[in-house]
Ligand binder design. Structure first.
Ligand code: PLP
Length: 388
């Protein structure tokens, strides 16, 4: 047992988690085990608790200012990504999707085509659609080594488009784009006059041995015109506090960006985000170690209990993309897992048509919960423990 790491993922009991008010714990009935939305089953890192406690005690609950969030991010980006960025550049926004819409408004018009690499995070469809843009689904390629960018397909789909809304690291495919892949994206975008908006919310959550490269950090004219989005919200579990950073490249079209984007941000989000990037890097690394262990544990549990599930351990994020097509559950496999196994996972179809028969399962939890989740899947698929 000595090689099993302790991590913040092991700190909370299921009883305590079930008392949470967040959507992960309130969406389903009490007998359902929720391993769906991108929240983590961790307590807050101590420096974040401290800064929030101080703010509550001081009644410091007014409108947000940056609070040093951008500067702390720039320090982290320099250490982790080798990205040298002036702290005056990131713009405080309420959340990543709000920043995406602001960037879309700045660089495109209603009716324009916005390309996304599918299957992908469902709000990429809904927010782009609500902004009046036309969503162009550009499928990732099944390379045999997981889903990855298909450069030829992207080239064809970017023709006539205004924006490529990229997700890197990718949710739900779990890959981290290499420098060569990013340069291919930049070349293609440049050829078609497309602006890249790069959602990098999962960047702190790379697995050991993987390296995230921010798109706007590469030396390329298309990268200089791009927008990148970062946030502490996924890696430190702060989504409800609302604060993200929209980072225009040095040649990005910013003249149409409103100057009051900060108004959608929460002061607690900015305070917590500063503490996260500046003071909670050790805590992050403990979580990453735990996630690395969980992605391997999931492989072992599936091999033992449900060997026909297709699964590639992610290179980043705590989101796993499971292929259940061999079990013949139909397109909406999550509905069967919910009904027969009382397990709450995301239906693959919400990520795109190619998600039929897939589900997304969140491994940012304890080993006990992850083990129980696979047990419930096995029950739903009529593979009781004795028959395994
Ligand atoms: C790729 C991606 N982008 C954006 C978000 C949402 O971020 P925010 O709440 O800051 O809009 C998520 C949440 O899971 C995500 O996975």
């Amino acid at each position: 047992m000595a090689d099993i790491p302790s991590s913040p993922l092991e700190s909370l009991t299921l009883d305590r988690l079930r008392r949470r008010h967040s959507v992960k714990w309130r969406h389903y009935a009490a007998d359902v085990l929720p391993v769906w939305v991108a929240e983590m089953d961790t307590p807050l890192a101590e420096p974040i608790r401290e800064v929030l406690r101080e703010a509550v005690e001081a009644g410091d609950t007014g409108y947000a200012t940056d609070c040093g969030y951008a500067e702390a991010f720039c320090g982290f980006a320099s250490d982790r990504y080798g990205w040298s960025l002036d702290p005056s550049v990131p713009i405080l926004v309420g959340d990543v999707m709000g920043g995406v819409v602001a960037a879309l408004d700045a660089v495109s018009r209603p009716g324009d085509r916005v390309v996304i690499s599918t299957p992908v995070y469902p709000p990429f469809y809904s927010f782009v659609g609500r902004a009046g843009r036309k969503v162009v689904a550009s499928p990732l390629a099944d390379t045999g080594a997981g889903l990855r960018l298909d450069p030829d397909r992207l080239d064809a789909d970017l023709a006539g488009a205004s924006v490529y809304l990229m997700c890197n690291p990718h949710n739900p495919a779990g890959h981290v784009l290499t420098r060569e892949e990013l340069i291919a994206v930049a070349d293609t975008a440049e050829r078609h006059g497309v602006t890249v908006i790069s959602d990098e919310i999962h960047a702190p959550l790379t697995m050991p041995g993987e390296r995230h490269i921010p798109f706007t950090s590469i030396d390329h004219p298309a990268a200089a015109r791009a927008f990148t989005l970062h946030s502490a919200s996924k890696a430190w579990n702060l989504a409800g506090l609302k604060a993200a950073l929209l980072i225009p490249g040095p040649a990005a079209e910013v003249s149409d960006l409103p100057d009051d984007l900060w108004a959608a941000a929460g002061l607690f989000g900015a305070l917590a985000g500063r503490a996260a990037f500046a003071e909670c890097v050790d805590w992050l690394d403990e979580v990453r170690t735990g996630l690395d262990h969980n992605r391997t544990l999931l492989a072992a549990l599936l091999a033992e209990r449900l060997p026909e599930v297709g699964y590639r351990p992610p290179q980043a994020t705590y989101l796993t993309w499971l292929d259940l097509r061999a079990y013949g559950l139909g397109a909406d496999a999550a509905d069967v897992l919910l009904e027969k196994g009382r397990l709450g996972v995301h239906n693959g179809t919400s990520f795109g048509a190619e998600g039929a028969g897939f589900v997304r399962l969140n491994i940012a939890t304890s080993r006990a919960v992850l083990t129980e989740a696979v047990e419930r899947m096995a029950r739903a698929l009529d593979r009781p423990a004795s028959a395994a």
